[in-house]
Design a protein around this ligand. Structure first.
Ligand code: LMR
Length: 397
């Protein structure tokens, strides 16, 4: 009998995580990994927050079981997600929160839910979007299309193009994927005024917003970053929101996220929750406990909450400083290329305008890893390596 696995084609490396594999194998002592969206401190480490450590200490002392969580996760955790994301903008009984392994887990549950419960709809994604977005929805069998997002100058939002595609090409009832803040990969966010226009189109075309909200706290702050989401929710009574605590609690490997479904009534939310649970059960059965316990422990303790907010703010401020330092350093090393536009971008990422060839050259010559689209993880920069980074960028321009 011939071997069944002999003719399997090797898949290409993941566009984002594959680069870290290559980075780890690189022997260049000056190497710099600005690919995956992970926060790093000045020493290049991804630190565990002090508030997280303190919560883990508490959990170690008090945790009484490793038994399964319910399919939809911990109710305490769900209440925390509801408060952080929605504040008091939506009545609690209209929101079904399901704890998921990371924001990616939430997106996959959303995709499976769409395929079974909304089989006629298409999902519209911004062009560009996070590389895993189309992959997740395609894997789940949900048809997708793109709307204009990036303007031709590649440094700003094409709001008119975005609204026009949604108005002219989307069908009523289609899903529109919106990045709640800190757009990945561009760092280009709509202004509060832009969000009002986006919300108006959502209402006019009866689109179902699916808001990916993975970077709350990294743009302008925890509450300010929810402005767009809350503006959209004021114009529709149904939505899906996928959240992640990978970045804002630094809990990357704990896989802690959620999908929240906002329904028009409590009865609708209950029925929809039962279908979300079905999607979970056939994917991974029920979520991991530890990461959600950390979040719930922090948010149920005033002192730990205050400490977490300070730590998150410190990460946000440091990223902004790195962004400014990069722009400043490029003024002297950048051969006249203007990078001021980076100062208008928000969150971990920036679209640098570097071409795939320049990105390849940076990797091969300088051991600098950034995503092929030219996306730079600003949160991975370091003050001490800024000169090296800027000179390397300048040499490939
Ligand atoms: C990223 O875009 O780098 C992050 O969201 C991490 C990931 O899983 O790709």
């Amino acid at each position: 009998m011939s071997h069944r696995f002999s003719n399997i084609e090797t898949a290409p490396p993941d566009a984002i995580l594959g680069l870290t594999e290559a980075f780890n194998a690189d022997s260049n002592p000056d190497k710099l990994n600005l690919s995956v969206g992970v926060y790093k401190d000045e020493s290049g480490k991804t630190p565990i927050l002090q508030s997280v450590k303190a919560a883990e200490k508490k959990i170690l002392e008090t945790e009484a079981t490793k038994g399964y969580l319910p399919i939809d996760g911990s109710p305490d955790y769900a209440a925390d997600v509801r408060n952080l994301v929605f504040g008091d903008t939506v009545p609690q009984d209209r929101v079904a929160v399901v704890q998921t392994p990371g924001g990616t887990g939430g997106l996959r549950v959303a995709a499976d839910f769409m395929r079974t419960q909304l089989p006629q709809v298409k999902i519209w994604m911004p062009n560009p979007t996070w590389a895993n977005h189309p992959a997740i929805f395609t894997a789940a069998g949900v048809p997708s299309d793109t709307y204009r997002y990036l303007a031709d100058d590649r440094t700003s939002l094409d709001l008119d193009g975005m609204l026009q595609t949604l108005r002219e090409s989307a069908s009523p009832g289609d899903v529109v994927l919106l990045h709640g803040c800190c757009h990945n990969p561009t760092g280009i966010d709509p202004t509060p005024e832009d969000w009002k226009q986006i919300a108006a189109v959502v209402q006019e075309k009866q689109l179902l917003p699916l808001i990916d909200f993975a970077y709350q706290g990294f743009g302008d702050g925890i509450e300010a970053d929810a402005t767009g989401l809350r503006t959209v929710l004021a114009h529709t009574d149904e939505a899906l929101v996928c959240t992640s605590f990978s970045k804002n609690f630094g809990l990357y490997s704990e896989r802690v996220g959620a999908i929240s479904l906002v329904a028009a009534s409590a009865a609708d939310a209950t029925a929809a929750r039962s279908q979300l649970k079905r999607a979970v059960r056939t994917n991974y059965s029920n979520p991991p406990r530890h990461g959600g316990s950390i979040v719930a422990t922090i948010l149920s303790d005033e002192a730990l909450t205050a400490q977490w907010k300070e730590e998150l703010e410190a990460m946000r401020v440091r990223i902004t400083r790195l962004r400014e330092q990069f722009v400043e350093t490029m003024k002297t090393t950048g051969k006249g290329h203007d990078f001021e536009f980076l100062l208008r971008q928000k969150g971990m990422f920036s679209y640098s305008g570097l071409t795939p060839m320049q990105v390849d050259e940076l990797k091969a010559k300088y051991g600098i890893y950034i995503v092929g689209s030219g996306r730079i993880n600003v949160a991975g920069m370091s003050e001490t390596k800024m000169q090296y980074f800027c000179e390397s960028v300048a040499s490939v321009l």
